[in-house]
Design a protein around this ligand. Structure first.
Ligand SMILES: *[C@@H]1O[C@H](CO)[C@@H](O)[C@H](O)[C@H]1NC(C)=O
Ligand SMILES: *[C@@H]1O[C@H](CO)[C@@H](O)[C@H](O)[C@H]1NC(C)=O
Ligand SMILES: *[C@@H]1O[C@H](CO)[C@@H](O)[C@H](O)[C@H]1NC(C)=O
Ligand SMILES: *[C@@H]1O[C@H](CO)[C@@H](O)[C@H](O)[C@H]1NC(C)=O
Ligand SMILES: *[C@@H]1O[C@H](CO)[C@@H](O)[C@H](O)[C@H]1NC(C)=O
Ligand SMILES: *[C@@H]1O[C@H](CO)[C@@H](O)[C@H](O)[C@H]1NC(C)=O
Ligand SMILES: *[C@@H]1O[C@H](CO)[C@@H](O)[C@H](O)[C@H]1NC(C)=O
Length: 841
């Protein structure tokens, strides 16, 4: 009996205790205040409002709103940002004040925060809705008097946004916290600027622009190439009414079962954060993401390329304003025009200008500059060009989808060149500064070879000039002369002599083949012997005198790399030995020929099997699993274990060769390293990556790392398991891409439905499941969420619990525009000579 009494008492105490400290209320009214220990919870229990103290905030306490039940606590709105309460102040209250406003008072009944609006009657009630809007309503009419959605802090939630009303003077901006532990207003503000229409989103550091989105182009911001098709259905939309003087950016959820918020951090960066029921918060999108995204990084007339070093260059036809500052990396002063425009010259007769006119240089993949003047709804390039040409103060133009013709009249500020995406920009230049007139794209091609001058060797350099071939006219035959030429054969011959006398490489290290013997072995590079066209040139089958079969890769020789460097690279690469890498047998460098000899792979490449209806049956499950594991080991060796630490950059099924026992071997490894992007235009495009295999950070920003290879590896894995090509995915069902399809089945727990039908039931479901699971883990949007190659090998082979993948959003399988940015010559050394050659056809 006694025990029972004690229990009852204990339970009563517990109930009292919990009701005192965890009491939830539905709304705040004149008779229902919110005090310490109480919280206001939205009807669907999604948001919660109450007293809180940020971590490390010392003795400070605030009233704020957060996602209910989400740990760590994620605060999305704070009432008394500037006037914190003391933690010990247990008598603080959030209540409906005498004038009907919501009011936060401290223990002395002093108001520290109030909604401060005109309230017709004092019967107000404050409620918290499931979308996170905290609303003060008139108790009788139900009319909203004040709402947190109109007074955002550092976060916006789906259903709200930012904007302004010029007539009423209302501004809805986001303001960052001072620091993660201090909600008071920090340095950064985010809002809409309509100084130039269409509007742009800005982040300001104080009053200085820190980042801008580029103008709104009906479906997306043109300065944000990552806003691809996947964003167009969702996320953001900007509504501008010039007459009413309003602009509003609405933020919507991708998927209502995923929590999301856009946060302006105290570091000045936007983070689009998401959280599903399984995972922690993850950042889907971040801006600024690279130093190039920071407003005006390279100053006026400078262009920023995140994938080059240094990131800033002057635009074609411009030179640094101050060479001294520029070379020190202080780019803010920007660049100035090198040659005065003809239209600016004080000449009365056009004859004295030799009949020449200023022209426009085209740049592709650009983040268009700030201060655009919305000229004219011209929907064709010629009108836009003419418009700009006749006015000497027009320095550039662009025809932007969804907007029309934009022109610029002053300095071009905040210009960036992406690796892919963005807009075409046409820049006005004096005739002698133009690299190539783009009146007729198909007649003129520019090749820029950047060559480094080695300090060991004389004052001479070899310029490899690629005989560039036109798109649409690319038929190559084995006998056609496709190789490049020395621009001066005399110089090159001298050069080679010096090379040969100075280089005393041990011939046993890497056999050097004689060119004539290769001609014999490949039957003069005959068409019959051609095995295919690789990323770096055609490949021929050859048979040596002793009967050994070899594969000969004839490199497209327009690389600006000198012989010595090339040879050294080859020697290093020949030392890479792994059973999942194709073995390099030797090389041959003669005149303008560079040939590499590899072991011959009778079964050719993986795509001959996995995508071939007849042959795919030869790949049973154990073979496929062996291939996946083999490629993973080869790649891990290149990344981690080899002396060179190679990032492969262009992993895809056609680069995986199969030996007679169907063991996979990676081919062309190390060539990306040699060429460093300096090879001819077609191949540079290829080196940039293959659609579908490119990770988002690589495709958008040109940033590559081991993790971009991991991404490609997993695309390859999913292709091997499903037997479906990423690039020609059959869009029969509503899924846009292979990855979206895999994700869909995965989230419905039907992942195994996607295994190649020819496997029938012969596969190991646990192995296949692991392949798919790992496949999803390394196509994650963010490189930090992807495992490394050694992790991948471990995950594929050990029965351990794997982390849950998040839904991947970005895929680059359907980009159609895919040109090479101009002037992408790479920089090799401190001493460089840049030459431009016009090659007409
Ligand atoms: C406030 O909460 C009470 C109790 O749940 C409810 O009866 C009342 O309708 C609510 N008032 C408003 C305006 O939502
Ligand atoms: C509300 O207003 C009425 C009269 O307008 C007044 O009598 C009453 O005290 C007010 N209530 C509060 C809580 O201020
Ligand atoms: C209330 O006022 C007294 C005297 O002004 C002050 O010492 C005390 O700190 C105040 N309390 C709170 C909770 O602000
Ligand atoms: C913001 O501006 C201040 C003052 O100009 C500067 O010191 C600070 O570095 C800027 N912050 C960022 C992130 O650019
Ligand atoms: C939303 O996400 C949930 C959970 O991830 C998923 O089950 C559902 O299919 C998604 N809905 C849409 C429309 O994508
Ligand atoms: C242009 O030439 C005229 C006369 O030839 C002269 O008066 C004027 O100052 C010149 N302007 C400039 C900007 O040189
Ligand atoms: C030329 O462009 C400038 C700047 O946009 C503008 O102010 C000026 O009116 C234009 N002149 C003509 C003749 O259109």
């Amino acid at each position: 009996m006694a025990v029972k009494h004690v229990c009852t008492a204990l339970i009563t105490v517990l109930i009292l205790f919990s009701s005192k400290y965890c009491h939830a209320i539905d709304n705040i009214t004149a008779s229902q205040e919110l005090s310490q220990g109480q919280t206001l919870i939205s009807p669907g229990e999604i948001f919660e409002l109450g007293f809180f103290s940020p971590k490390n905030s010392g003795n400070h306490k605030y009233v704020g709103m957060w996602f209910k039940g989400v740990s760590p606590q994620t605060v999305v709105w704070v009432a008394n940002r500037e006037r914190p309460l003391r933690v010990a102040d247990a008598r603080a209250r959030l209540r409906i004040g005498s004038r009907g406003n919501l009011e936060l008072v401290d223990g002395n009944q002093t108001s520290v925060w109030s909604t401060n609006v005109d309230v017709p009657a004092n019967s107000s009630v404050a409620t918290l809705s499931d979308n996170g809007n905290f609303v003060l309503k008139d108790g009788t009419s139900g009319e909203a008097l004040w709402q947190s959605f109109d007074n955002p802090g550092d976060s916006v939630l789906p259903g709200s946004g930012i904007g302004f009303n010029a007539k009423t003077g209302e501004q809805y901006v986001m303001t960052s916290w001072k620091s993660e532990s201090d909600p008071s207003v920090g340095d950064f503000t985010a809002g809409i600027s309509t100084k130039f229409r269409p509007a742009q989103i800005f982040i300001w550091n104080g009053t200085t622009p820190h980042w801008r989105s580029g103008p709104w182009g009906r479906l997306k911001f043109v300065g944000m190439p990552e806003m691809d098709a996947s964003y167009q259905k969702s996320a953001f939309s900007l509504v501008e009414d010039a007459e009413q003087g309003t602009a509003y950016l609405n933020f919507k959820a991708f998927n209502s079962s995923i929590l999301s918020t856009v946060l302006l951090g105290s570091d000045g960066a936007f983070r689009y954060k998401m959280k599903d029921s399984v995972n922690d918060w993850y950042v889907n999108w971040l801006a600024p993401a690279t130093p190039c995204d920071v407003y005006g990084a390279c100053g006026p007339f400078g262009v920023c390329r995140a994938y080059e070093s240094p990131i800033c260059k002057c635009l074609q036809g411009f030179v640094p304003k101050s060479n001294e500052e520029w070379s020190k990396g202080n780019w803010k002063q920007g660049c100035v025009r090198q040659t005065e425009l003809l239209c600016e010259k004080n000449t009365s007769s056009p004859a004295s200008q030799g009949g020449k006119k200023d022209g426009f240089q085209k740049f592709v993949y650009m983040k268009i500059p700030d201060f655009h003047e919305y000229v004219y709804p011209a929907y064709d390039l010629d009108t836009c060009r003419t418009w700009c040409l006749v006015n000497c103060s027009c320095s550039a133009y662009a025809l932007v989808n969804g907007i029309g013709c934009l022109t610029w009249s002053d300095g071009l500020v905040d210009v960036q060149q992406f690796a892919v995406g963005g807009e075409d920009l046409f820049l006005r230049l004096a005739p002698k500064e133009l690299v190539g007139e783009h009146k007729n794209k198909s007649t003129t091609i520019i090749i820029i070879a950047t060559v480094s001058v080695s300090s060991v060797l004389i004052l001479s350099a070899i310029l490899w000039i690629g005989l560039h071939r036109l798109r649409g006219n690319q038929k190559r035959t084995g006998t056609e002369k496709t190789r490049g030429k020395f621009d001066s054969s005399q110089t090159s011959a001298d050069f080679i002599q010096i090379l040969q006398s100075n280089q005393q490489h041990d011939p046993t290290e890497l056999p050097i083949f004689d060119f004539n013997s290769i001609l014999v072995a490949t039957n003069n590079f005959s068409v019959e012997n051609k095995l295919g066209q690789g990323g770096f040139g055609p490949v021929y089958k050859g048979k040596l005198k002793d009967g050994t079969e070899i594969a000969v890769k004839r490199l497209s020789s327009s690389s600006g790399q000198d012989m010595e460097e090339f040879k050294n690279e080859m020697l290093l690469i020949s030392k890479l030995q792994h059973r999942n890498l194709v073995k390099l047998l030797g090389c041959c460098i003669e005149e303008d020929e560079k040939l590499l000899m590899y072991e011959f792979m009778p079964n050719k490449s993986l795509d001959n099997f996995v995508f071939d209806e007849r042959r795919k049956a030869q790949l049973d499950w154990p073979t496929r699993f062996n291939i996946i594991n083999g490629v993973a080991r080869g790649l891990a060796y290149l990344h981690r274990d080899s002396c060179l630490r190679i990032i492969y950059r262009d992993l895809k099924v056609s680069n995986i060769l199969l030996d007679e026992n169907m063991n996979p071997k990676i081919s062309d490894f190390g060539l990306a390293r040699i060429f460093q992007g300096t090879i001819d235009l077609e191949n540079t495009r290829r080196i940039v990556g293959t659609l579908g295999y490119m990770s988002p950070e690589y495709a958008l920003r040109g940033i590559f790392s081991e993790k971009s290879d991991v991404f490609s590896f997993c695309v390859l894995t999913l292709e091997i398991v499903t037997g479906r090509k990423i690039t020609s995915f059959n869009y029969d069902d509503q899924h846009q891409s292979l990855i979206a399809y895999v994700w869909h089945l995965w989230s419905e727990r039907r992942a195994l439905d996607m295994t190649d039908k020819v496997l029938e039931d012969s596969y190991s479901s646990s192995q296949a499941m692991r392949c798919i699971h790992v496949g999803l883990l390394c196509v994650q949007d963010h490189d930090t969420d992807r495992p490394t190659m050694p992790d991948v090998i471990f995950m594929l082979n050990k029965e351990t619990d794997l982390p849950q993948p998040k839904q991947p959003f970005f895929t680059f399988e359907r980009l159609t525009v895919y040109d090479l940015p101009q002037q992408s010559g790479s920089t090799c050394s401190m001493n460089e000579v840049t030459t431009s050659i016009l090659h007409g056809r």
